[in-house]
Structure formats: C-alpha cells, structure tokens
Design a protein around this ligand. Structure first.
Ligand code: UGA
Length: 442
C-alpha cells in the first residue's frame, strides 16, 4: 500500500544518520536506526546522543517516548522492517589520497541487499563521487532477492553541524535523484511532512543529485577561500579585509554568508569534499574544470600558517618557550567535532615549535584530549589564559566573544591577542590596553 506512510530505516547513525532518524520519528514515521557500532546503538537506544548537537537530545527523548524510534545492529532486521532505507554512512578521505573511502557505503549496501525480498527503495544520502549511485544500482539488482524491484535513489543532505535539527526539519530544498516515478512517489511519501511546509523539490537523475552536494560544498569552500585570498592581498598593502568583506556583503548578488575571513574552513565535509571532487573530475577527464579547487584548498591551508606567523610576530619573533592560550578546538562553534579542525592544527603547530600551548574549548575538550594527549588543556577560557604571553582565538564560540578584556587582562602575563576569526571588537580590546592582531587587518 503506497498510501500508508513508509516505514523507514536509517543505516549509519553518525551526525547525519542519527539526526535524520530522530527527526523522521518526531515527524511521525516509524523508524529503525542501524549501525555496526554496538556502543553507539546502545547509547542512542538509552536516550544519549553520542555527539554534541544543540536540540537533538531533547528530540531523541521525545522520539523514544513516542515508541516510533528503535535501534538495532542487524541489517536483517532492517530489511524485514523497512519500506525505504536511507544510507547515511560516512565517506571519509582515504589516507594518503584525495579520493574518498567508499568502503562503508559498499558494506552497507552489500549487507542490506540479501534481506530485500520485496519492492523497496534504497536512498543514498552519503556524499559520494559522482557515478557511485549507478554502480550501487547494479550491485543491488544483483544481490537483492527482489532483483530489479529494489530501486536506488539519491537524496543529498545539506545539514550543517550545530544547526542539524533545523536544517533537517526545515531544509532550503530537497533534491530527489530518481530513476522512476515510483521512486519519486516513495521519496515524496517519506518526506511528506516536510513537503507539506512548501519545501521546494528538485527531481533529477542520480548523477545530478550526487553532483549537487559536492557542487554546493565546493561553492561554499570557494567563497571562504576567495575572501581569505583577499585577506592575503590586504596584508600586503595594509588594507582591512573586514571592511572589504562587509562592503562586498552588501551587494545582494554576493551576500555576506560564508564570506567571513579568518582561519578558514575545516571539518569532516568541506576539505575532503573539494579534494574528492577534484580527484573524481580528474578520473573523468575533466580535471581542468575544477582545478581551481586545488587553489581553494591551498589558500585555506595558508591561513593556518599565517595565523602561526601572526602569533610569532606578536611574541617578538619566537614561539619557543612562550605561554600560549589557544581558545577553541572544534572546527567551528556549537560543535564538538575536531575533524580537520583549523584550531587544533594551529595549536599543534605552535606546540611543535616549542610553545607551551594550553587549549580550551566549551564542547570539544574531551575529543581533543583523546586525539592529542600531547597538548595541555585548561578548564575554562580564563584558566587556559592564566599567565599567557599571548591569547589566540581559533574558534569563534560566543563564550570567547563575551569575555571582558579587563577581566582577562588580570590573569594573563601580557595583554596580546590574535583574533583568528574576527570575532572580537578590535577597538574595545585596544582601548582596554591589548595589542590586538587579526588576519588581513593592519
Ligand atoms: C558543511 C555545509 O555547510 C553543509 O551544507 C553540508 O551539508 C555539510 O558541510 C556536509 O557536507 O555534511 P559543516 O561542515 O557542518 O557544513 O560546517 P559549515 O558551517 O559549512 O562550516 C565549515 C567550515 O567553514 C568551518 O570550519 C567554519 O569555521 C568555516 N567558515 C564558514 C569560514 O571560515 N568562514 C565562513 O564565512 C563560513
């Protein structure tokens, strides 16, 4: 019965999958979350979100209470339960290569397929190199007992960490990459409550749907590196990139979003997605079309090095032996994610140069400690800054922006601050007696 709401499974319960599963259950669907990681499944089933995401723990509690959300490690159970299966597993960068690692996607589809014995829809949500869905379609048809009755669709996900709930419940758009009207109808049924809000849908083929995701992330990364390239030019002539960015932002055609200069982008998505896209385009013989993404990546890396240079300049030429407070570890505020975090990259470089670096982050401290036990950590922003020769703001948490320069001045050894994110009011800090420096500003 295609009229009844489909029963959903979500395979892979990381940032993307857990959020999707929880939100879908809250929206009224019966949902089964699946993961190979028993620890993660046990946590979720007991009401604990295994990562930091504002608003999600409350929704998990609500979903569990409704009885509509359950968790399992069994793909057999998933196959028996689901009408629509969302594949949300990770596609990290392969070590030593720019390509992304498709082994989790492959394993999820190979593991699920033998349990698909009736007409079902498998929906890929993971970020993959264009062409992956075509290969997975063939694989499903070969391995599923229901054969070609099992269809594959692609539905890229655009959620941002820190805003995951809102982005899932009220997306800007939905992209349905489908091979048939039936698949389109099934996907519509699986998103009915969101479509009812008037959310625009683009129906397209599988390859276009795969491409939309990497094209979007590449555009965002390019926008950030564009303004950071302007910062480099500003530094050469003593111009001010903050005023430059503010001026560009007022042109509607440009807009101020993702035009914030600073330390640049990190995280589990943007850096690896632009590399994997460039790599895939080269494989397809159109590498030249996106070769600028290599430059986008290079500009982004140079910002990290330049931040270390600014700290060195402010310290009078030597990082070795200096006491340095590093504010921020997460790749962005409102997240505990430290994957390819610019903040920790800078902190580790300064540590490697002999600086006594003490890191503080409001949410990512435990993750940072686990990954980089060689660094020292503070219990609070002020604690990390005690007796510091320089404070370096690396992630623009509100906690740091709200700190009073007067109070901070009482605990540090020298009133010197590098604002890696243009998060502070430069005039206010200078008035309070601080030497203030920021990327792209004289
Ligand atoms: C990004 C995209 O924004 C999402 O649309 C996408 O779904 C997601 O990747 C994904 O592929 O899963 P996310 O990685 O959560 O989301 O973080 P963003 O908010 O995009 O920030 C990425 C990085 O860019 C952060 O390190 C941030 O500090 C930096 N950034 C952002 C800047 O340096 N300047 C800006 O103006 C904006």
């Amino acid at each position: 019965n295609t009229m009844a709401p489909p029963r959903l499974t979500v395979i892979g319960t990381g940032y993307l999958g857990a959020t999707h599963a929880i939100c879908m259950a809250v929206l009224g669907f019966e949902v089964l979350g699946v993961d190979v990681d028993e620890g993660k499944i046990a946590k979720l089933a007991s009401g604990e979100v295994p990562f930091f995401e504002p608003g999600l723990p409350e929704l998990l509690a609500k979903a569990l209470e409704s009885g509509r959300l359950r968790f399992t490690t069994s793909l057999a159970e998933a196959g028996a339960f689901g009408d629509v299966h969302f594949v949300c597993v990770g596609t990290p960068q392969q070590p030593g290569s720019d390509a992304c690692d498709l082994s989790y996607v492959d394993a999820a589809v190979r593991g699920l397929a033998p349990h698909l014995d009736r007409r079902t829809l498998v929906v890929g949500k993971s970020t993959v190199p264009v062409g992956t869905a075509a290969g997975l379609t063939t694989l499903l048809h070969e391995l599923a007992p229901a054969g070609t009755d099992v269809e594959l669709a692609w539905n890229p996900e655009f959620l941002r960490e820190g805003f995951a709930v809102d982005d899932t419940m009220r997306p800007d758009r939905l992209v349905f990459g489908v091979a048939s009207d039936w698949a389109d109808a099934r996907l519509r049924a699986a998103f009915q409550p969101i479509l009812d809000q008037g959310t625009p849908v683009i129906r397209t083929d599988l390859a276009t749907a795969e491409l939309v995701k990497v094209a979007a992330n590449s555009f965002l990364a390019t926008k950030i590196s564009y303004i950071n390239a302007m910062a480099e030019v500003c530094e050469a002539v003593g111009a001010d990139v903050k005023d430059l960015a503010d001026s560009l932002a007022l042109d509607d055609r440009i807009g101020g979003k993702f035009l914030k200069p600073g330390l640049g982008f990190g995280g589990g998505c943007l850096p690896k997605d632009i590399r994997a896209f460039a790599h895939r385009a080269e494989e397809l013989g159109v590498g030249q079309a996106v070769s600028f993404l290599r430059e986008v990546d290079a500009i982004n890396r140079r910002r990290r090095a330049r931040t270390v240079d600014l700290v060195r300049e402010l310290l009078g030429g030597r990082i070795s032996g200096a006491r340095i407070a590093a504010w921020g570890a997460a790749f962005k505020p409102n997240s505990d994610d430290i994957r390819d975090a610019p903040a920790l990259d800078v902190a580790r470089t300064m540590h490697g140069l002999g600086g006594h670096v003490r890191v503080y982050d409001p949410a990512a401290l435990d993750n940072a400690r686990l990954a980089f036990p060689e660094l020292r950590y503070g219990e609070s922003a002020l604690d990390a800054a005690r007796d510091a020769d320089v404070v370096v703001l690396l992630t623009e948490w509100a906690d740091f922006r709200e700190i009073d320069p007067g109070a901070l001045g009482e605990v540090v050894a020298h009133k010197r601050i590098v604002d890696g994110r243009h998060a502070l009011d430069a005039a206010m800090w200078r008035e309070a007696g601080w030497e203030y420096r920021a990327l792209g500003r004289s």
